[in-house]
Design a protein around this ligand. Structure first.
Ligand SMILES: *Cc1c(COP(=O)(O)O)cnc(C)c1O
Length: 378
């Protein structure tokens, strides 16, 4: 049996939607994109949604709304993808890392306050693996210190925190539609917010900073006249991608249920194995289950995480590691500390492996993965 790490869930729905878009002839951002925005806004309970060409672009535009300046600081978790911090560095600002919780791998809200300085402008919590961070505590700290909360929800469409949808809590929430994410448009992203001014700013910035309705300047309703009101970016998405996104949204309930089924089955299968630590979701939180991060119990397992990865590959089971902490990268040397500064993140990183998880994964495939992992770790 060969088990890929991820399989995008693409059916004739996406193929037909994209084909229709190609036949219609409107390829770049247009009506399909606005429909996609409305659908996502409605799904996550946000007032406004701004579609862009990546989750990274969404984070960048969100930080533009925070008015970040050179020398400012933004607090992010030690364990995240480079995108969360690179956008901070675009501004000449500094990503300040906070250590994570050992069980959820989420930013430890108790460690945020100690990181706040007069230069801190924002917090970017990352809903790692699809599990919402402790948003009540994060919003409270942000409120007390006048900070903006920009949620990196690249893993968390859809997810819920105490009954509230991710996308309806922070100031701006950013989703990703990268090929491996819970819904995909190949590449893509979206920023959602309840603030009309920020939404308008992000809309303008995503297409060169051109004034209103720039997207239709080549259509019969448009005009060649426009103003550039801000120095913008080329971050708009295409209607081809958005048509695909709408088709994905049509079955998001099914895809989410499938991910959940796979994840809960893994947890069940690993429950009684002392060499492994199944991933847990806290009370009151619903994960989107983008990832299943399994931890090796290094005191009981006969192999390390590194060896487990290699041995699984030999059995043709593909896995991955999320994430290599930022402070391990050469581009981050002398920027955000060293391993000793983040003991929890370091210990989680050394022991964690992400297992195959995708809609349509058969029960015998899940069992094969679990059986093989248990046999390797002992
Ligand atoms: C994927 C990802 C992003 C960036 O999304 P892109 O659409 O690839 O730009 C940001 N943050 C995290 C945690 C991610 O996993």
């Amino acid at each position: 049996m060969e088990i890929p790490f991820h399989k995008p869930y693409i059916t004739d729905d996406e193929i037909n939607a994209v084909t229709l878009c190609l036949r219609n002839g409107w390829l770049t951002m247009g009506p399909k994109t606005f429909e996609f925005e409305e659908r996502v806004a409605k799904l996550v309970g946000a007032k406004y949604a701004v579609a862009v060409n990546s989750g990274t672009a969404a984070l960048h535009l969100a930080l533009c709304c925070a008015g970040l300046e050179v020398g400012d600081e933004v607090i992010i978790p030690a364990m995240t993808f480079a995108a969360t911090s690179e956008v901070v560095r675009y501004f000449g600002a500094k990503p300040v890392l906070a250590d994570i919780e050992p069980d959820t791998h989420l930013i430890d809200a108790k460690k945020i306050s100690a990181k706040i300085t007069p230069k801190t402008k924002a917090i970017i919590p990352v809903h790692y693996a699809g599990q919402p961070c402790d948003m009540d505590e994060i919003m409270r700290i942000a409120g007390e210190n006048d900070l903006m909360v920009i949620e990196d929800a690249a893993h968390a469409l859809p997810a819920w925190y105490n009954g509230r949808s991710i996308g309806s809590i922070g100031h701006i929430t950013c989703f990703s539609f990268y090929a491996t994410k819970t819904i995909t448009t190949g590449e893509g992203g979206m920023a959602v917010t309840g603030n009309a001014e920020w939404a308008e700013k992000m809309r303008t910035l995503r297409l060169h900073g051109i004034s209103k309705d720039a997207w239709k300047r080549y259509s019969k309703d448009g005009s060649w006249k426009y103003d550039v009101t801000m120095n913008g970016f080329k971050y708009n998405t295409t209607d081809i991608a958005s048509a695909m996104g709408i088709a994905q949204l049509d079955k998001i309930d099914f895809m989410t249920a499938e991910r959940r089924r796979v994840a809960l089955r893994y947890t069940e299968l690993f429950q009684d194995c002392p060499s492994l630590v199944p991933y847990t979701v806290k009370e009151g939180r619903e994960s989107a289950w983008h990832l299943y991060p399994l931890k090796v119990n290094t005191e009981k397992s006969i192999v390390s995480r590194d060896l487990l990865y290699i041995k699984l590959k030999e059995e043709r089971i593909m896995t991955s590691v999320h994430f290599i902490p930022l402070y391990h990268f050469s581009a981050y040397r002398n920027i955000c500390g060293e391993p000793a500064d983040y003991p929890v993140c370091e210990s989680v990183f050394e022991r964690t492996i992400s297992l195959p998880l995708y809609p349509g994964m058969k029960d015998e495939e899940i069992e094969f993965v679990a059986r093989t992992v248990i046999a390797i770790c002992g």
